[in-house]
Design a protein around this ligand. Structure first.
Ligand code: NAD
Length: 277
């Protein structure tokens, strides 16, 4: 029997499956088929966003699956141009409507957009949304140290998560340290380097894969799980969905984890949070 997906407890008491499935760049027309496949493979945690344009397709797949709502963990995100108070409330309503849900498990501010200076106000709107019960947990994404510090100083609720670009060559150690000191769980986006960073040819990862009879992608996902990150690798292909989910039956040694962690070299592949406004 396959082992269950491990869960982590958020600072508000809710639990989150540590391994999920992301749908960035999944074509809206294909989303229902792809999310149906992911649910069929066993994923129960789906990460989408308003800007992905595929919330409706996710919602259709969830509804058709017949899986009980309390077995699912669904995240979506507030896009940058809707930051503010009333705009955030309206954007949230639209997302829930597209997803066809009464509540989401997690609602995130997608980027801090520091040049606009609206993330504190937007966070206060998310606090109200959480109070309404329509988002069980709230969090942020792409927040750097100064952005997190401001929320900690100026608002009431500590974010449940910070979803940031994170893979072995880009670990954002300053952000993860501050987050973890304050009980903020780390979600790693681009956990496989988005297929752009050459992780799968890196010697220590290849060696660990050979050692365990696994693929380099599975080793990288395992490294995330063992270092405490929440991950939701994306693939349109069912065989890769299966591969990325098949990581619960082996464990990297502490030495392997340390050697993979030593690959850090600020290898960002996505945009810089200060530049996206
Ligand atoms: P990822 O690191 O999961 O890479 C996905 C790509 O890796 C795939 O398109 C495929 O090319 C390749 N891949 C997947 N499985 C593989 C395997 N087993 N073997 C070889 N190659 C494989 O990158 P991602 O999709 O950008 O990140 C995962 C999720 O994170 C997204 O789908 C989305 O939900 C979220 N995300 C959030 C933000 C944000 O700003 N908050 C930004 C990007 C992504």
């Amino acid at each position: 029997m396959t082992k269950p997906v491990p869960t982590l407890t958020l600072n508000d008491g809710h639990t989150i499956p540590q391994l999920g499935f992301g749908v960035f760049k999944v074509d809206p027309d294909e989303t229902t088929r792809i999310v149906r496949d992911a649910l069929d493979v066993g994923y129960r945690h789906i990460d989408t966003a308003a800007i992905y344009g595929n919330e409706a397709g996710v919602g259709t797949a969830l509804a058709e699956s017949g899986i009980a709502r309390d077995e699912l963990f669904i995240t979506t995100k507030l896009w940058n141009d809707r930051q503010g108070t009333e705009t955030a409330f309206a954007a949230f309503d639209e997302s829930l409507d597209k997803l066809g849900l009464d509540y989401v498990d997690l609602y995130l501010i997608h980027w801090p957009t520091p040049a606009k200076d609206t993330y504190v106000e937007s966070w206060k709107a998310l606090e109200k949304i959480r109070e309404s019960g329509r988002a069980r947990s709230i969090g942020v994404s792409n927040f750097l140290v100064p952005h997190l510090q401001r929320l900690l100083q100026e608002t009431d609720i500590v974010p449940a998560v910070n979803q940031i670009e994170l893979h072995p060559a880009h670990q954002q150690l300053d952000v993860t340290a501050l987050a973890r000191e304050n009980g903020v769980q780390i979600e790693a986006w681009g956990p496989l380097g988005q297929g752009k960073y050459p992780l799968f040819e890196t010697q220590v990862i290849v060696a660990a894969a050979e050692q365990h009879g696994k693929t380099p992608a599975q080793v990288v996902i395992r490294w995330h799980l063992q270092t405490g990150n929440i991950v939701f690798p994306k693939s349109n292909r069912r065989e890769r969905m299966i591969e990325n989910f098949d990581v619960l039956d082996f464990e990297l040694t502490p030495t392997e984890v340390t050697m993979i962690s030593a690959l850090e070299r600020a290898g960002r592949v996505g945009g810089h949070p200060n530049d996206i406004n």
